[in-house]
Design a protein around this ligand. Sequence first.
Ligand code: SF4
Ligand code: SF4
Ligand code: SF4
Length: 145
Amino acid sequence: MQLVDRVKECNGCEACVVACKYVCVKMKEDDQGKVPEVNENGCNKCNACMLYCPLYNPVELPEFEEFYESKEDVRKRDMAPIYRATMRSVKEGRHTEFVGTLCQIAALKSLRGDKLAHNLAIFPVYCDEEQRKSSAACAACRFYK
Ligand code: SF4
Ligand code: SF4
Ligand code: SF4
C-alpha cells in the first residue's frame, strides 16, 4: 500500500523522503500537488516514513507571532535536500536559518526527533485563506484551526 494512502491529507512536506534510509520514497506531482510514491521493490517495511510523518505522528510547534514574507513560493521547493542541509548545519553547531510553511517546519522538527535547536532560527511563512482552500491537505491543515 502506498504511503499516501495510509497518511490521509498528505501535504507533500517530504519528511518521508528524508526518513527513508533505503531511498525508496520519491515525490511525484498529481492534481493535488506533490505526493510521495514508494518503490515497493526497495522497501524493507521499516516504517520510518510513517514514524517521521508529522501527520501520522504529530509534532507541536511553538506559537509564532510574526510571519516572514518570502518572494519565492516556498511550497514549491524541493524540500528533502533543504531539510538535510539544515540538519547538517545545525549538527555542526552553525547558526542556521530555515524559511518554511508551518507544515515544513513540522517536518523539520519531526526529522530532528521532535526538537528544534538554539542555533536554528525559524522564519515561518504564512498561508492565507486562499492557500488554505487550495487542496484537501491545506483545507485540513491543523496549524490554522
Ligand atoms: S517502510 Fe522504510 S524502507 Fe519502506 S518506504 Fe518507508 S522508510 Fe522506506
Ligand atoms: S511525511 Fe509529509 S509528504 Fe510524507 S506522507 Fe507525511 S505529510 Fe505526506
Ligand atoms: S495550509 Fe497548512 S498544509 Fe497547506 S501549505 Fe500551509 S502549512 Fe502546509
